[in-house]
Design a protein. Structure first.
Length: 285
């Protein structure tokens, strides 16, 4: 099993160390299961730390209402002070007290407006949808066993640690793998990479479409991604291959998920480079 190491404090700096893939399928499943348990434990620890974090994260609505409460309290205090002091309700420009009251009322009004704005701009959590289509598990015929095991590992690694619900791999214009949910009635393996995928392979830079429903170029993915796919991550695998990962949630891939997909792509690139003469796999003409 290949090892992934993080160097530095940034998640984006992932170093790939190539080690031989276990030939025993039982050992491969054991390694995948162990890795899944480690990442699940890390996720639980992060969730516990977030729950035990600051009061702002635990009570966001209460803190959004603080400016509103402070502004209303300031206005009420000015009115109560004028009533208790016996000052005339009419504001006089020649009175220092009146000028101070006007200043306090203006500042309190700003706080009230700020509080109302904060309460009205609550972030909306992305909703998970049920993808329309059917489950498929397509592999191009003639793939070496080592590559098949590597592709299955990549799918397990992505779907168990992120919101990935479908995965497509293109290599030299040919679909080598199509797993997860696919549009009903479409033949798995018949799709080809479109302009967005071609640009990702050419530039070597991934493309993250956080809201695929509103993206004008989503028709490119219609032959192999579900019609209601919410987000898509296009990750190049070298200059001749690309991964397309679909999610059932808008903004479903975090920066950590994108870094993990990049590391998985680097690992796959090592195996794809071995698809040359003598590998038993017939390259497209």
């Amino acid at each position: 099993m290949a090892a992934l190491q993080c160097t530095g404090s940034s998640v984006g700096t992932l170093r790939y160390m190539s080690t031989p893939l276990p030939a025993n399928p039982l050992q491969l499943r054991h390694n995948v299961r162990a890795q899944r348990q480690r990442r699940s434990a890390a996720t639980r620890v992060a969730a516990t730390q977030q729950e035990e974090g600051g009061l702002v994260a635990r009570f966001p609505d209460a803190f959004r209402a603080l400016p509103l409460i402070a502004g209303a309290t300031g206005i009420a205090g000015v009115v109560a002070n004028r009533v208790a002091s016996g000052i005339a309700p009419v504001v006089s420009a020649g009175s220092a007290q009146s000028r101070a009251d006007v200043l306090v009322i203006v500042m309190s009004a700003v706080l009230v407006l700020t509080g109302l704005q904060w309460l009205s701009l609550k972030p909306k959590d992305p909703q998970q949808v049920e993808l329309e289509g059917e489950q498929v598990a397509f592999y191009a015929p003639g793939l070496p066993k080592a590559l098949l095991a590597e592709l299955q590992w990549a799918w397990d690694a992505l779907r168990t640690t992120s919101r990935a619900r479908c995965l497509v791999l293109f290599h030299r214009g040919r679909c080598l793998m199509h797993l997860g949910v696919a549009p009903a009635g479409q033949a798995p393996g018949a799709a080809a990479p479109g302009p967005i995928c071609q640009q990702a392979m050419k530039s070597g830079t991934g493309n993250y479409l956080a809201n695929l429903v509103l993206f004008p170029g989503r028709l490119e993915f219609a032959p192999y991604l579900p019609a209601n796919c919410q987000a898509a991550l296009i990750q190049p695998v070298g200059p001749q291959s690309v991964l397309v990962i679909g999610s059932d949630t808008q903004r479903g891939f975090t920066r950590l998920d994108q870094a993990w997909a990049s590391a998985v792509a680097e690992k796959l690139e090592v195996q794809l480079e071995r698809l040359g003469p003598g590998s038993g796999f017939k390259q497209p003409s």
